[in-house]
Design a protein around this ligand. Structure first.
Ligand code: TYD
Length: 143
């Protein structure tokens, strides 16, 4: 789906276990300015319900499992994450929802910008209003 992609990270493994290095601008397509993680999410909880104008993120499920719904006004996909050597890149103007967290899930997020509430679009109607012309312009090759 547009502005989303799975990324495979190096998995250095042997008798001593696994090690996954992630370098900003090398393994992911932006410099890392912020890291946060989500833990101990109740089973029925759904998080997210927003999009970002500028922010790019990579989601990595370090432990357990979780599903991510990525969505535009024109397409929707559900991506399960359960492999700490794999990330989900989410770029500009993608609506996301995170659900089906296992009890032990640890979801780490690498972000391209410092936290800014002004960059969020949290209302779906407002999101559609901005996202429809944004993706139409992109598909016409104008942006
Ligand atoms: P939010 O991004 O809405 O979480 P989710 O999409 O997982 O449901 O953030 C939840 C709260 O945490 C909100 O009050 C903003 C705050 N927050 C920060 O202060 N800094 C951060 O880096 C992030 C991601 C959230």
């Amino acid at each position: 789906m547009i502005h989303t992609k799975k990324i495979s990270f190096p998995d250095m493994h042997g008798a001593l276990g696994h090690l996954t290095p992630i370098e900003g601008n090398v393994d992911i397509p932006f410099p890392i300015r912020r890291v946060y993680y989500i833990t101990r999410v109740p089973g029925q909880a759904v998080r997210g319900f927003h999009s970002h104008r500028r922010l790019e993120q990579v989601l990595i499920c370090l432990h357990g499992r979780v599903k991510i719904r990525v969505k535009t006004p024109f397409a929707e996909q559900i991506i399960p994450l359960c492999d700490p050597a794999e990330g989900l890149y989410i770029g500009h103007m993608i609506w996301r929802e995170m659900f089906d967290f296992s009890e032990d899930a640890v979801l780490m997020v690498l972000a391209s910008e410092h936290y800014s509430e002004a960059d969020y679009i949290r209302d779906y109607a407002a999101y559609e209003k901005e996202a429809v012309p944004y993706f139409q312009t992109l598909s016409e090759g104008g942006a």
